[in-house]
Structure formats: structure tokens, C-alpha cells
Design a protein around this ligand. Sequence first.
Ligand code: ZN
Length: 168
Amino acid sequence: MNDISLNAYVVDKYPSGEIDERVVLFTREFGKLSGFLKSGRKINGKLSAHLQILNKVVVRIVEKNKIQVVDALKQRSLESERGRALTFFRLLNQLVSEGEPDLRIWDLLEKEDIDIRKLLKFSGFDPEHANCARCEIDRINYFLSSDQLFYCDKCLKEGDRNGWVFPV
Ligand SMILES: [Zn+2]
């Protein structure tokens, strides 16, 4: 992977230093990978506009000491599914390790089948026959990604209700 172009979904993006950004991408070939976007936070950082979370892009990636995103072009966006897609990407980012491709998850995105339960299943946490981790009832309502367990409505503690909880 010295200098290649790939289709990718933008999973996350956050500041790195004064003006740079880190971009988390999900690709067909390499699964999740994160790249460095030089000057991404500058007003005129034109690539950054293409690299918005929920966008599908063609990216050009160069790997020297680290993976650097050197070009990006927006193809489309999952904006019409915004709420669900943001949750999907947040969970994907937490469950999927870098460099482990998963064509089933890739296909969900390609078909715009933004299904949290399928993402959980493909990641090894099938909600289908899951029970609540505390009371063992079989009607689960949430997946708590910080401990990777399912809970029913009653058993999820107030303190658990942060960015790590996903309705299923
Ligand atoms: Zn319970």
C-alpha cells in the first residue's frame, strides 16, 4: 500500500495537532484504516470538505512512515439515513479492528442497509438469541459497547447511558 486509490466510507474524523486531522475510513480491501490529513483544519483545506463523516469517497492514500490521505473525492453520502448511519459508524469504529476487511459490513453500506443488528451479528455479537447480561431475560433492548454485553430496558443503569449504548 504505497500509493493507491480506494473506495471508502468516512467513519470518523477528529483534530490532530493545530491544523491536521485524523480520518477513520472503512474500505472494502483493508477494512478499517485511519489516515493522516495534513492541514485538514485549515479554512481552505479542500480535501476536508469531501472527507465528512457519512460520505463515500474515492481516496488516494500514500504510506511512508504513516498512512496519509493525499486526495479525496466525494461520491455520495448516507445523509438521508443520518441518525442511524451516525450510530452505525460509531459502533463500527468501536467493534471493528484496523486491517480486518469484512465484506458483509461493506455490503451493508453499499446497499445502504444501515442495520445495527446486522452489524452486531457480523462483528460476533448476534442479538438474535442474546439475553440480558443482568437478569437474563431474552427481550434485550440495548448493546453496551464498553463491556460488549446486551441489556434489557430495566437493567441498563443510568450511568451506562452515554455514547457507548446502542439500541437494538
Ligand atoms: Zn435485564
